[in-house]
Design a protein around this ligand. Structure first.
Ligand SMILES: Nc1ncnc2c1ncn2[C@@H]1O[C@H](COP(=O)(O)OP(=O)(O)OP(=O)(O)O)[C@@H](O)[C@H]1O
Ligand SMILES: [Mg+2]
Length: 311
């Protein structure tokens, strides 16, 4: 449903989105994860038609949205990462205002508003002033607003940021309901666990580049098969190399002088076993350490919620 190829966005000399490609199938909840400043909002604004890319291709339902910006917008609902101030507007007036923007007929507005406020659990807040709502309620109202024109594709920029655990759970339940209604959803976060149980696919973005995509299981699997080890020996590097190459859990052995680097797919026990084997073979091992890969450190960062959680 969404196909992005080699997307680039530069702000002056700074490249915010760097050759990014991504594919979202109909009915998926696609989690777009990355640390602050990774390029999530920039990418989402481009897909939503609010920002022009420097280069690259974006297709929604087969339509090239960069060169045909008109027709597709009715299919997209965008929820921005901020909520503006709306003095003196009540919840229903706010919905009515946006219904006007989406050119919904007057006679249909009340029914749509009722239905959407029910969906986001705000039916009892109809006559509240928007500014008097809690942050979680405002975010749900913002979501309701992005649904007014019944879009097929929802682009939600950190919809759960700044919410307490209870409000996050509520938001998740609403997103599940939307999935059941057949919506395709692209959702961003800088925290992986927030998305892992909800999303059918994940893409991790780092400094504008997509570093890994797949289901959560596939990503974890790829990471566990991608451990890098470094072995230093005083002598017998060639014997060590042969031993490594014979081991089925070892791949990509690189040797330079007495330092050997390799990929390892076994667990801790298997690593200990491998070291023991070398010692038994009389190889003078100086050190045997796991090196943190760049991907792994990115993953750990977002898996733990990064530096800041507030968003
Ligand atoms: N209008 C702009 N002019 C210049 N640089 C910008 C502009 N908008 C964004 N950037 C830069 O582009 C990079 C990506 O920003 P973006 O907002 O897309 O990241 P993000 O992943 O959404 O981050 P966050 O998690 O903080 O929302 C950042 O380094 C940001 O400073
Ligand atoms: Mg952002």
């Amino acid at each position: 449903m969404v196909v992005i190829n080699n997307l680039v966005k530069k702000y002056g000399k700074f490249t915010a989105v760097d050759n990014l490609s991504l594919n979202i199938e109909k009915g998926q909840i696609y989690g777009f994860v990355g640390a602050n400043g990774a390029g999530k909002t920039t990418t989402m604004r481009i897909i939503s038609g609010l920002l022009r890319p420097t280069s690259g291709e974006v297709r929604v339902n087969g339509v090239d949205i960069i060169h045909n910006p008109g027709g597709y917008k009715k299919h997209i609902g965008y929820m921005p990462d901020f909520f503006g101030v709306y003095d003196d507007l009540k919840v229903t007036e706010y919905m009515n205002f946006y219904s006007g923007i989406y050119k919904i007929e007057n006679s249909k507005r009340a029914a749509i508003t009722d239905k959407l406020l029910e969906l986001v659990n705000l039916s009892d807040k109809k006559d509240f002033y928007v500014d008097a709502l809690s942050r979680g309620m405002k975010q749900r109202l913002c979501l309701a607003r992005s649904l007014i024109h019944d879009p097929q594709l929802l682009i939600l920029d950190e919809p759960a940021s700044g919410l307490d655990p209870k409000a996050r759970i509520e938001m998740k339940q609403i997103l599940r309901t939307l999935k059941d209604l057949g919506k395709t959803i692209l959702i961003s976060s800088h925290i992986l666990p927030e998305l892992s149980e909800l999303c059918t696919a994940i893409g991790i973005i780092e400094r504008g580049k997509m570093v890994i995509t797949g289901t959560v299981e596939e990503i974890l699997n790829q990471l566990s098969h991608n451990k890098k080890f470094k072995l230093k020996v005083i002598d017998k590097a060639e014997t060590a190399r042969r031993l490594l190459e014979e081991n089925p859990t070892v791949s990509s052995v690189q040797a330079a002088d007495n330092i050997l680097k390799f990929s390892f797919s076994g667990d801790e026990g298997a690593a200990a076993e491998l070291l023991k084997e070398m010692v038994v073979q009389d190889i003078p091992v100086l050190s045997f350490v796991e090196e943190e890969s760049n991907l792994e450190s990115i993953f750990m960062h977002i898996a733990s919620g990064g530096i800041e959680n507030a968003g």
